[in-house]
Design a binder for this molecule. Structure first.
Ligand code: GLC
Length: 423
């Protein structure tokens, strides 16, 4: 009783001091992702800002698929709706959404200078800082270290080794009675996540990044065809056929319940795999994704999310203040420790508490620093069409409906038509 009265008094006091300062308590609406523990972490962060400022925050969750989330945002923006003040936007969206977003540099007091320069550059469109970096991402390989030890096998360095190791251990585990055990799970649904996976296969074989930095369509090449052929050989063999409909969370579900040897995912899956009730707790290792053959290279697609303020918001000052709070050092530190979300502030990769919660942040620093960017800067507001064409062509190959060469030929034609008048 006493505590709740005390609490109300503090809240009342805050609202009163806001009002005394001539300010009114506002309600800010933020759209947050809800993949894994994302929504909970967002709610905790926004609550801390509410407690500090006296403003209220409403958290709306959005579809898990980045592709579906984008189309929801595009509808809201097309209607010039002020319903959502703060948007969580993907690293590949600033170019597409810039015209609907506020220039945050007027509100940040230079705080963007603490973040990775490449991300700030990515989020700056025609001189305007349209979003602040919130967390970064790169595709990584999760493996069952207990099973590799049991069968005396190594963490794979190449995709070919991954294929062989997965086949061998899958056969053993199935013989031992687990007929639901699979070698490799990843994201194969026709959506943005497949663009990320397939770009990794292609780039790791030196097959380029679909469209290069000069806007040239480069995808129709032999290394890319080889990469797609290898991936399609996994379906029904080391990966369940249902992987063709997996996003991040379906892959994590199989891996975390103990039914897969390898998984491709983003860093967020680490803290969930390590949670108290996880069947694979302390049995998991994380490494860079394999190379495409001995002469190939490690390639993890650069992902990550930013916070942006809508031009149609009626509360731009408060919304920008919330963005500044959520993207700060302290809040990124909390999210790194509790949810293994990669900070966008380089100093946090030297923080002992962060490194002890997520050891691979230090070990894989180069993977995060050298993430392979999708061609969103080169293709500007056409990026979504480019990505859709790429994941659809890839999906056709994986589903056995087209040969890699044929699919890449068709894709090249489609992309050249899209880029004909310049991107
Ligand atoms: C992750 C990445 C994001 C990417 C998405 C695809 O959320 O951070 O950049 O677009 O996955 O599924």
């Amino acid at each position: 009783m006493f505590r709740s009265n005390g609490f109300q008094w503090i809240l009342g006091g805050l609202a009163a001091s806001l009002l005394a300062g001539g300010l009114q308590a506002k309600t800010i609406t933020i759209s947050c992702g809800a993949v894994g523990a994302e929504k909970q972490l967002c709610e905790e962060g926004t609550k801390a800002w509410s407690d500090k400022t006296g403003h209220e925050v409403k958290v709306v969750s959005t579809p898990n698929s980045a592709t579906e989330r984008l189309s929801l945002y595009q509808q809201l923006f097309a209607a010039e709706s002020g319903d959502v003040d703060v948007f969580q936007i993907d690293v590949v969206w600033p170019g597409m959404l810039a015209k609907h977003l506020v220039d945050l540099s007027e509100y940040t007091d230079g705080a963007q200078g603490e973040h990775f320069e490449a991300l700030v550059e990515n989020n700056t469109v025609d001189g305007s800082l349209v979003a602040m970096p919130w967390f970064t991402d790169a595709g990584v390989l999760y493996y069952r270290k207990d099973l590799l030890e049991k069968y005396d096998m190594e963490v794979p360095e190449t995709w070919e080794q991954l294929t062989d190791t997965a086949k061998a251990i899958m056969a053993e585990e199935r013989d031992a009675g687990n007929d639901r055990f699979w070698g490799y799970v990843w994201q194969g649904r026709a959506y943005e996540g497949l663009t990320c996976n397939a770009l990794e296969w292609v780039a790791s074989h030196h097959g380029g990044t679909i469209v290069d930095a000069e806007g040239e369509v480069t995808i129709n090449n032999e290394q890319a065809a080889e990469a797609l052929a290898l991936a399609s050989s996994w379906i029904g063999n080391i990966s369940p056929r249902s992987v063709l409909n997996y996003t991040e969370e379906e892959a994590r579900g199989v891996f975390q319940s103990g039914n897969a040897l390898f998984m491709r995912n983003w860093p967020y899956a680490w803290s969930l795999a390590q949670s108290d009730d996880s069947p694979v707790r302390d049995k998991v290792g994380v490494s860079a994704l394999p190379k495409g053959g001995e002469d190939g290279q490690h390639a993890g697609t650069l992902g990550g999310w930013q916070l942006a303020v809508s031009r149609y918001s009626e509360n731009v000052d408060e919304a920008a203040d919330l963005v500044r709070f959520l993207t700060s050092y302290e809040e990124q530190k909390r999210r790194a420790i509790e949810g293994s979300y990669n900070p966008t502030i380089p100093d946090l990769y030297r923080d002992e508490e962060v490194l002890s919660a997520v050891p691979f942040f230090g070990e894989l620093f180069e993977t995060f620093k050298n993430g392979v960017p999708r061609p969103s800067s080169a293709t500007g507001d056409q990026y979504n069409r480019v990505s859709n064409a790429f994941f659809n062509a890839t999906h056709e190959v994986l589903a056995g409906k087209q040969e890699p060469g044929q699919a890449l030929n068709g894709l090249e034609g489609q992309l050249k038509r899209l880029g004909r008048r310049g991107w």
